[in-house]
Design a protein around this ligand. Structure first.
Ligand code: TGC
Ligand code: FAD
Length: 398
């Protein structure tokens, strides 16, 4: 008789190729042995241990899909997703660091950068000798980045940036920022969104930390402020114009979140399962109650769907057969399901569920951010709605 695996009900891990499995096991071992012991305290005290980037780099976990000649390992998108899952099983904040470095900094340099930019930055980013961040969101333009007001004015030999970005993961620790701004004084490019690699020691550049976050406390978040920051022509992405530039990066990062949120959900389910097996009330384990078993059944059903979505999307990306709306569907579904699973798991742990040691509340508050960034739950619903009906409803204009 075949066995039923209550962590992987439809045995998706048995479908993984050998290379992907080895990368998954490396990431799992690292996350459980090195990250997990630090996670509770780091969350409580808002610590991002600056050894973590180097540790990840030593295991080749950063920018894995980038070709070897530029410092990556030329791994599959499935492998990238599996890494995100293992890291976020511990803390979404650590996965956030990895997503930004891999998908939002290395990926655009790899796909939009000149040969010189690739050789200058990618190997150092893969080795965590440089840390990057990605500036799209502005104080007044979050879900609608097309209305951004940060400008890049053409001048002799380069561009002058003015404006501000907000909610930028890694910005306080970043050596360079990928910044999206509207071109001015740029002839045919006037008003178009362009991408820039901005180094932190540029005059007029600052990156203040955002304090008092109750979510992703082990991740640095900050602003990016540009006051007449000069960026040389050599640091412009030469050919990409419009929102397609940042959205191409987001397609990759949102895909990582599809897997990452799965890891957080699996961790909450497994912790709740263990708790209700051990905890007795009214003379019986909590797990003996129908209400509790139904909650576990719902969690496993959701997790199984999340696993299969993530795995299939990874396959499609590896075959070049994916579409951005597939990623929107999976990002929305997996973040929404993960948040619900985490909240229910929190409830099943009773009073213990609100303590850091039991780790579930940590996932709940983190997943609030994960459900919001890279396009909110509702924005991805509207992206799906637009494809289903052919009618955009982001604005009332019909
Ligand atoms: P829209 O008309 O839809 O598109 C404008 C142009 O962009 C192209 N495009 C895409 N290209 C590639 N991939 C995609 N997913 C694309 N989506 C759109 C599109 O083809 C078009 O090109 P062209 O050549 O015709 O001009 O633009 P819109 O202004 O109507 O967009 C609406 C909307 C809601 C879909 C979009 O703005 C959106 O997705 N908003 C959400 C914003 C968002 O996700 N921000 C993320 C910021 S970064 C972040 O959160 C990092 S967190 C990191 C961490 O810590 O893990
Ligand atoms: P808003 O756009 O103001 O949305 C507020 C609410 O209104 C949401 O519920 C939204 O769904 C809803 N809404 C908006 N428009 C519509 C509509 N048309 N119809 C119906 N409902 C709508 N950005 C970066 O560029 N780089 C980063 O590294 C980065 N890291 C982040 C890290 C953290 C911890 C957080 C919290 C955010 C980060 N972000 C980053 C920003 C993130 O992408 C935005 O917060 C997100 O896109 C939402 O934008 P907003 O916060 O301005 O909310």
């Amino acid at each position: 008789k075949n066995s039923f695996n209550t962590d992987d009900a439809y045995q998706f891990e048995s479908m993984l190729g050998e290379d992907d499995r080895m990368i998954m096991e490396t990431a799992r071992d690292y996350a459980q042995s090195r990250l997990e012991p630090r996670a509770c305290e780091a969350n409580q005290d808002e610590i991002f241990d600056m050894n973590i980037p180097k540790e990840m780099a030593e295991l080749n976990l950063l920018g894995v899909v980038v070709p070897e000649e530029y410092g990556g390992i030329g791994a599959s998108y499935t492998a990238y997703g599996l890494i995100a899952r293992e890291i976020e099983r511990v803390d979404s904040a650590y996965r956030s660091f990895l997503s930004v470095q891999s998908s939002l900094v290395m990926h655009p340099i790899n796909v939009f950068g000149t040969e010189e930019q690739k050789r200058k930055y990618l190997p150092k980013l893969a080795a965590a000798e440089l840390i990057g961040c990605f500036g799209l969101t502005e104080p007044d333009h979050g879900s609608d980045p097309g209305s951004m007001v940060t400008t890049a004015t053409k001048t002799n030999g380069g561009w002058v940036l003015n404006g501000a970005k907000m909610w930028i993961t890694n910005s306080p620790i970043a050596d360079l920022a990928i910044v999206w701004a509207k071109a001015k004084n740029a002839g045919a490019d006037d008003g178009k969104i362009m991408g820039f690699i901005v180094e932190r020691d540029s005059d007029g550049y600052s990156a203040p930390t955002t304090h008092n976050k109750m979510s992703l406390r082990a991740s640095y978040t900050g602003e990016l402020i540009f006051e007449d920051v000069f960026v040389p022509d050599a640091n412009v992405f030469p050919d990409i114009r419009g929102l397609k530039g940042p959205f191409t990066c987001l397609n990759s990062a949102r895909y990582g979140i599809v897997w990452g949120s799965l890891g957080a959900a699996e961790n909450c389910y497994q912790r709740a399962r263990q708790y209700v097996m051990e905890r007795k009330q009214f003379g019986y384990p909590l797990a003996a109650n129908q209400l509790i078993q139904t909650k576990l059944a719902n969690m496993l059903t959701d997790i199984t769907q999340m696993q299969l979505l993530a795995w299939r999307l990874g396959n499609l990306k590896d075959q070049g057969q994916d579409h951005p709306t597939m990623t929107s569907l999976a990002k929305r579904n997996n973040c929404g399901r993960a948040l619900e699973i985490a909240r229910i798991a929190r409830d099943m742990l009773g009073g213990n569920g609100i303590t850091g040691e039991y780790r579930v509340i940590h996932h709940v508050v983190n997943l609030e951010s994960v459900n919001t960034y890279e396009g909110t739950y509702d924005i991805h619903g509207l992206i799906l709605g637009r494809d289903i009906t052919g009618i955009q409803s982001f604005t009332p204009r019909g």
